[in-house]
Design a protein around this ligand. Structure first.
Ligand code: ADP
Ligand code: ADP
Ligand code: ZN
Length: 237
C-alpha cells in the first residue's frame, strides 16, 4: 500500500474524532493457525499505523541465520512445536521495545501460552483488546493447504483466489513466494493440537480480564475485517 493511502486513512480516522479511542492501542490477535490473524493484522496495521508484529515471522527470520540458536528454533518449528517460553518472551519483548511499537502494537501469534501472557502483562505493555478469530477445523486445514507467503515482506496469498499477478512472485516486493514448511499437511494436525492444548486457554484468560472480543473467522475476509473494525470502534470503511 502506498504512503499516500496510509496518510489518507489516518486523516479519515482523526476526522471522525475518535483518534484517541482507536490509536495507540495494544492489540493481541488470538486464534488457531489459518483463522486469518495475519490477514487481518496486516490490514489493521495500515489503518492504525501501528506495527504488525508476528512472532512466527520473527522466528522464520531468525531460523535463516547460521547460529546454534537458529538451529534450535528450526527444530521446534519443523515439528510444529512451540518454541520454549523463555526464548519466545525474550525475542518478542525485545521487538516491542523498539520505537515503532511505543504508541501501540498489533501482536499476532504471541502470547500463545499463559506464561507468555503473564510476561506481557508484567512488562507494562498490557493488552487493551484481545481479538479472538476462530473458524472450524476443516476450514483451517483447507486454508492452510492453499496458503503462500512472501518470505521478505510477509504478504499473504492463496492458491486460486487472491493469487499474485505474476505466478509465484510477490505483488508487493517482487520476491519469489514460498509455501511454509510447517504448512505441510502432516504438520498441520499437530500444530492444531498444540494450539488447543496450550493457546486455547488464553481465550479464558483474556475473557477474565474483560478484554476479549470473539469474531467469526469463517466469514469472508471483508466481513471479518468489518467486524474487527467495529470491535475496535474504527469508522466504517
Ligand atoms: P493465520 O495468520 O491465522 O495463520 P492467515 O491470515 O495467514 O492466517 O490466513 C491463512 C490463509 O487463509 C491465507 O492463504 C489467507 O489468504 C486465507 N484467508 C485468511 N482469511 C480468510 C477468510 N476470511 N476467508 C478465506 N480465506 C482467508
Ligand atoms: P501459525 O500459522 O501457527 O499462527 P506462526 O507463523 O505464528 O504460525 O508460527 C510458526 C511457528 O513459530 C510456530 O509453529 C512455533 O513453532 C513458532 N512460534 C511462533 N510464535 C510462537 C509463540 N508465541 N510461542 C512459541 N512458539 C511460537
Ligand atoms: Zn513480498
Amino acid at each position: 500500500m502506498t504512503a499516500g493511502l496510509r496518510r489518507r486513512e489516518r486523516g479519515r480516522l482523526s476526522n471522525y474524532g475518535n483518534r484517541g479511542e482507536t490509536m495507540g492501542k495494544n492489540i493481541v490477535l488470538l486464534g488457531p493457525p489459518g483463522a486469518g490473524k495475519g490477514t487481518q493484522g496486516q490490514r489493521l496495521a495500515e489503518k492504525l499505523d501501528e506495527p504488525h508484529i508476528a512472532s512466527g515471522d520473527i522466528f522464520r527470520q531468525l531460523r535463516g541465520q547460521d547460529t546454534p540458536l537458529a538451529q534450535k528454533v528450526k527444530g521446534y518449528m519443523e515439528r510444529g512445536e512451540y518454541v520454549p517460553d523463555d526464548l519466545t518472551i525474550r525475542v518478542v519483548l525485545e521487538r516491542l521495545s523498539q520505537p515503532d511499537a511505543r504508541q501501540g502494537f498489533i501482536l499476532d501469534g504471541f502470547p500463545r501460552t499463559e506464561p507468555q501472557a503473564q510476561a506481557l502483562d508484567n512488562s507494562g505493555r498490557s493488552v487493551d483488546v484481545a481479538l479472538y478469530i476462530n473458524a472450524p477445523v476443516d476450514v483451517l486445514v483447507e486454508r492452510i493447504s492453499r496458503r503462500y507467503t512472501c518470505p521478505k515482506c510477509h504478504a499473504i496469498y492463496e492458491a486460486s483466489r487472491r493469487s499474485p499477478k505474476k505466478e509465484m512472485t510477490c505483488d508487493v516486493c517482487g520476491a519469489p513466494l514460498e509455501r511454509r514448511a510447517d504448512d505441510a499437511p502432516e504438520v498441520v494436525r499437530p500444530r492444531l493440537q498444540t494450539y488447543l492444548d496450550k493457546t486455547r486457554p488464553l481465550v479464558d484468560y483474556y475473557e477474565r480480564l474483560g478484554t476479549l472480543v470473539e469474531i467469526d473467522g469463517a466469514q469472508t475476509i471483508e466481513v471479518v475485517e468489518r467486524e474487527v473494525d467495529r470491535a475496535l470502534r474504527l469508522p466504517a470503511g
